[in-house]
Unconditional design. Structure first.
Length: 373
C-alpha cells in the first residue's frame, strides 16, 4: 500500500512528532510511505530533516503553508493532483487543516480516500472544516470523548470515525534516571524532583504551579522543582514568581537542553506536573514522561482526562487550585515505595496506550476498509 502523509507546517512542533512516528511505523510494517511538509524558502526545515532521519521518502514541491492562502493553495492543489495521477498513491493521510483542505480538493474524482488525524478534544469548526471532513473517508480521533464530540457535530458520519490514541517513539523514551543530571541540578540523592516541561506562557498556570509547590514544600522539605522550558514571557510568568517564593533555592531552571539529551533529563524526574495542553493537544511531554517511567500529576483539561492515568501511574488534581495540587504532590512524593510502583505503572500505561506498531496496524486496516484494497 502506498501512503502519502501531508503536514502543513515546516516546524517540528505540535503534532509533527506523532504524525512522523505513525508514518515510520507504517513503513516498518511494509507500507510504502511518503511524507510531504511545508517547503521553506531556504534549505531544509527541521521537520524535513526529521523525515530523512526516520528513513522516509520525502515529497518536495508543495508549499503547504500552515494557513490557507489563495494562490499557494491553488498551486498546491494542481501539483498534488498531478502527483496523485502519476504516482498512484492509495491513500492521502492529512494531519492539519490546510493540508486536509488541499487534499480533499485535489482528490476530487480520483477515488483516492482521504484520511485525517485529529489532535485535539474539540472537533474542527468552520466552513472549510465542514468541507474537508465531509469529503473524508476516515477520521482518526485521539480519544473516545473526541470521537463522541466529532460524531455529535454532524461534520462526518459516525461510522467513519475511529479512535486511535496518539503514538509515541517508545524506544527513545526508555532511559533511566541519571544521578549525573540530578547532581547538575543541585539535587541530592534523597531529594524528590518534580519536573515541568512547558513553554513559559501566561495561560500555562505557572502561578498555580509555584503556589502549589510552596504549599507542598512546607510539608515535605525534600521536594525540588525543575522547570524545563523557555518562553517570551518567562520573566513575568516564571522567574519572578520563583524568586519571590520562600523556597526559591529549591526551584531550578536548567536553561537550554540539547534535544538529544532531553530524554535523559525527562527520565531523571521523580514526578511531572502537566496542567495545560499546549499547541500539541496530545500533550506530548506528559506522554513522554509516562513512557520514561515518570508519573504525571495533571488537570482534566483537553485530552489529559483520557490520555493520563488516574491511579497507578499518575494522579489528577480535583480542582485547579494550589491546595489541590499540593495535596497530590505530597501524596505521591512522600513514599519511595509508592513512587516506584507509580513509575512502573506509568511506563506500562504508555507502552500499552501509545504503541506506534499497534496504531500503525489499526490505521492500515482502516485504510483498507475504505479503499477496498
Amino acid at each position: 500500500m502506498r501512503v502519502l502523509h501531508l503536514f502543513a507546517n515546516h516546524k517540528f512542533t505540535g503534532p509533527a512528532d506523532p504524525a512522523l512516528v505513525l508514518a515510520a511505523a507504517q513503513s516498518d510494517l511494509g507500507a510504502e510511505v511518503t511524507f510531504a511538509s511545508s517547503t521553506p524558502r531556504i534549505g531544509k526545515s527541521d521537520l524535513q530533516k526529521q523525515v530523512s532521519a526516520r528513513g522516509l521518502e520525502s515529497l518536495e514541491g508543495l508549499r503547504l503553508p500552515k494557513h490557507s492562502k489563495g494562490l499557494a493553495t491553488i498551486t498546491d492543489v494542481t501539483r498534488l493532483r498531478r502527483t496523485l495521477k502519476s504516482d498512484r498513491f492509495d491513500v492521502v493521510h492529512c494531519h492539519l487543516a490546510n493540508d486536509h483542505l488541499t487534499a480533499t480538493i485535489a482528490t476530487r474524482g480520483l477515488e483516492i480516500p482521504v484520511v485525517r488525524s485529529l489532535y485535539h478534544l474539540e472537533p474542527p469548526c468552520g466552513r472549510r472544516a465542514r468541507h474537508s471532513l465531509g469529503r473524508s473517508s476516515l477520521v482518526l480521533a485521539p480519544s473516545a470523548e473526541a470521537a463522541r464530540l466529532l460524531g455529535e457535530s454532524g461534520l462526518i458520519d459516525e461510522e467513519r470515525i475511529e479512535v486511535v490514541p496518539p503514538v509515541l517513539d517508545l524506544e527513545r523514551f526508555n532511559h533511566r534516571s541519571s544521578s549525573e543530571i540530578r547532581e547538575a541540578w543541585g539535587c541530592a540523592g534523597e531529594d524528590v524532583v518534580i519536573g515541568v516541561v512547558a513553554r513559559m506562557q501566561p495561560h500555562r498556570l505557572f502561578d498555580l504551579l509555584i503556589e502549589g509547590f510552596n504549599m507542598a514544600a512546607r510539608e515535605f522539605p525534600q521536594i525540588r522543582l525543575v522547570i524545563l522550558g523557555r518562553g517570551t514571557h518567562q520573566e513575568e510568568v516564571a522567574f519572578k514568581p520563583a524568586r519571590r517564593s520562600e523556597f526559591s533555592q529549591r526551584i531550578i531552571f536548567p536553561g537550554y537542553i540539547d534535544p538529544r539529551e532531553y530524554p535523559r533529563h525527562l527520565a531523571s524526574f521523580d514526578l511531572l506536573i502537566y496542567l495545560v495542553p499546549g499547541s500539541d493537544g496530545t500533550c506530548r511531554a506528559a506522554r513522554e514522561a509516562l513512557a520514561s517511567g515518570v508519573p504525571v500529576i495533571s488537570t482534566a483539561r483537553g485530552l489529559l482526562g483520557e490520555l493520563m492515568p488516574e491511579g497507578p501511574g499518575g494522579a489528577r488534581i480535583a480542582t485547579e487550585e494550589a491546595r489541590s495540587l499540593a495535596d497530590r504532590l505530597v501524596e505521591l512524593a512522600s513514599s519511595t515505595e509508592s513512587r516506584q510502583a507509580h513509575s512502573r505503572a506509568a511506563r506500562e500505561f504508555a507502552r500499552l496506550k501509545f504503541d506506534p506498531q499497534r496504531a500503525a496496524r489499526e490505521v492500515l486496516e482502516g485504510y483498507r476498509a475504505f479503499s477496498h484494497l
